[in-house]
Every structure is written in C-alpha cells, then in structure tokens.
Design a protein around this ligand. Sequence first.
Ligand code: UD1
Length: 426
Amino acid sequence: MDKFVVRGGNPLLGSIKVSGAKNSALPCMAAAILTEDEVVLENIPQVRDIETERRLLASMGAEVELGYGRAQHRTRIKCGVLSDPVAKYEIVKTMRASSLVLGPLIARTGIARVAMPGGCAIGGRPIDLHIKGLEAMGATITQEHGYLEARTNRLRGAHIVFDKITVTGTEDLLMAATLAEGETVFENCAREPEVTDLAALLTAMGAEIEGAGTSTMHVQGVTKLHGARHRINPDRIEAGTFLLAGAITGGDLNVDGLNPAHLGSLLGKLEQAGVRLDIGTDCVRVRSGGSLQATDISTEEYPGFPTDMQAQFMALATQAQGTTTVTENIFENRFMHVGELNRMGAHIAVNGRTATIRGKSELQSAAVMCSDLRASASLVLAALVADGETILDRVYHLDRGYERFEEKLRSVGAQIRRMGDVFAKK
Ligand code: UD1
C-alpha cells in the first residue's frame, strides 16, 4: 500500500490546475448505458473510481476506452449490446457510486441486477430512495443473495418527492426517467452542479429535461436516446482542497480552471476567516491575509457548505485563532479524521454531529492513517504545516478521487512524495 511522506513548512506558491469532476464523470459514464450509440466524454479525471466504473461497464459488455484518441482525459463508451446487465459485488464493494447504473440499466434493458452496497466508513449510506423511486415508476424490485433485481416492461412516468435530498439518487432516477413512458416530476431534488452536468449530457443525448439545478425537475420520457459528446465540469472539491492548501500554508496560490460559481459557500467562509481572495472568471488566487480567524461551518446540500469539504476545512480550523465549530449534517460518521488530527497535536472534541476545534495548534508530524477520500486530503493539509515529516498510510483512499495529487502539490512547492510499500513488493 502506498504512503505519502510530507515535510511541512513550505508556503505554496504558483499556479495549479483543476481536473474534471469525478462526481460528474461517474454519472455521465453511467448515462452511456442509455444508448447503443457512442458517448464521448472530455475532461475525465484519471482517478481510481473512474477505472472502477470502466471495469463495471466493461463487465456488462460495454466498450470503454479511457484515454481515447490519444487524449488522456477523453473517454469513449459504446454500450451497443449489454450482454450482462449485472453490477457485480466485487466491483460495487469498492465504489458505492456503482448504484448509479441501476436506473439506466433497467430503463435500457428492462432488467438490472446490482449488488447491494455494503456499509461505508462515512455512514450507512442506504439506497432506499433509489429503490422507492424506481418502484413508483413501475419496476418490481426483489432482493436475493445480496443483489437487488429490478424488472419492468417499460418504466412509466411518476410523481416522485424525495424524502431526503440525495445526489446520486436524483441522478439515478433522472437517468431512468429519460426513457420512461410519459412525464416524471421530481421534487426535493439535489441541486448540485454534478446533477446539472449530467442533465446537460442527457439533453445532448436527446432527453427532455426541465428544471435541472433547481428542486423540481420535469422529464418527458422519450423512446430512444442517441450518442453525444460532452465536457465534464471542473472538480469543485479538488479546487476547494487546493484553495485550502494555499490558505493553510500562508502561500500565494492561483487555482486555475475552476468555476467560482460552484464554490460560493467555501469562498465566503475563506473570506470570513481572513484569507485574501482574487476571484477571476475561471480561477481564484488565494493569499495569506495575516492570521486566520475561527469561522464556523455547518454542512448542507448545495449551495450550502459541502460535506466533501468538511474534513479539509477542519484542518484549516486547527490553524485559526479561536474556537471553530464544525457541524456535519449530511453523514453521521464523518469525523474519522479527528482522531488523526489530534494525534498531530490538534485540539478537537466531538459531540454528536458537532466538532469543536480550539486553535491555533502547533501541529507535529506523526504516522497517520487515511480513512476515507476527503479525510485523506485533510491529513495532507495538516501535514503541509506540521513540524517534521508526516507519513500518511493508505493513500489509496485519496487516489480514488484526486488526480496526481502529490505531483500537483509538489509543482507549487510542497515537499511531498509517494512511497510504495517495500514490504508488499518483496
Ligand atoms: C454524493 C457524492 C459524495 C457526497 C454526497 C453528499 C457522488 C459519487 N458522491 O454521494 O461525494 O459526499 O453526495 O454531497 O456523487 N440517503 C438515504 N437514502 C438514499 C440515498 C441517500 O437515506 O437512498 C441519505 C444518505 O445516507 C445521506 C444523505 O441521504 O445521509 C445524502 O446522501 P447522498 O446525497 O445520496 O450521497 P451520495 O449520492 O451517496
């Protein structure tokens, strides 16, 4: 298992480029299931979850070419025949977003078998709302041997009110509705930019969708979708992580190729914390504005503060003067980074959904363990300002969602290197 070795102390200086959004790319790749034509996606990040999705689609009989036409970030998918409409457990267990194939599979083939995702480190993460929605659209769903099996002749339009806002649930059912008979109305939808990105691709494929990016969407089902070419949005979470890396190290960093409109809540919090920001049309420059001030956050659905930035913001809070409270409202068990940050010298106490961070702490290097994707990023941020050399174990969590993370950070002055597991290779 690879490790990162990080020596803290260097301010990050220069410019860093953001990759395409993993969380847009995953549903967009799943959308290719809806047509027998070719779908070409640009700006696909080269991260492990994308490779997992490629394996998933290929295992069903799709042709998937990553790095198509010599363009590293272009992907061509052709789901001509889906000989085996099954999402196997071996693949689903490593990536919960695999449940995104449920809706498009049943809509296209009338049958889908998808392994039930297991428990996940950041909470239960059920898919009951995906199931309830498909049932409302006329699918019969049974569960056997750890698999969900969904069947229908043709899905029909329905009026679906989500009990709770769910990002992949909205995406999954939106895809299903594009090929359903009649109109589907969704209420209480997720409004994340990733949903809007998916809706743009589906529209380019011939779907009829109104209201993407708002809480209510109307979808007129069509009988067939066709191929399309689409460019994936920049990754707002990767962008936000780099902005925090610039801020925490007191550097002068330009984060390029992002969409500032997708980062509103984070940028507002950074300004409140005393960080200087120059916001351009597709870049944000972050500079130290003196000492950081404690700024409370509370995670919410978009456009609120993203849960996927909570762990990284907590690393920043350890360097702010005063007491910060961080409330996690989306996932019940998303504080696993706290123990590791405390081992590095932070003062964080957790009570239920709220963490209280007392700053500023002089962080020290330690051997720490990554527990999930964003927790890993949080520990790297802490290590960038810690005294000495921090060793982060299990960086495979980070590799699921950040493209060449250590190379990008190194290019702006961070002392970070990857170390393969010498014992594993023997
Ligand atoms: C997506 C993102 C993830 C992000 C999360 C919240 C992808 C691939 N992943 O995850 O990075 O952290 O949104 O912004 O896009 N829930 C149910 N029943 C369901 C579905 C969800 O109760 O059927 C609950 C979840 O347990 C959670 C909340 O709804 O408490 C939000 O989860 P959801 O938006 O579905 O997260 P994901 O789509 O899995």
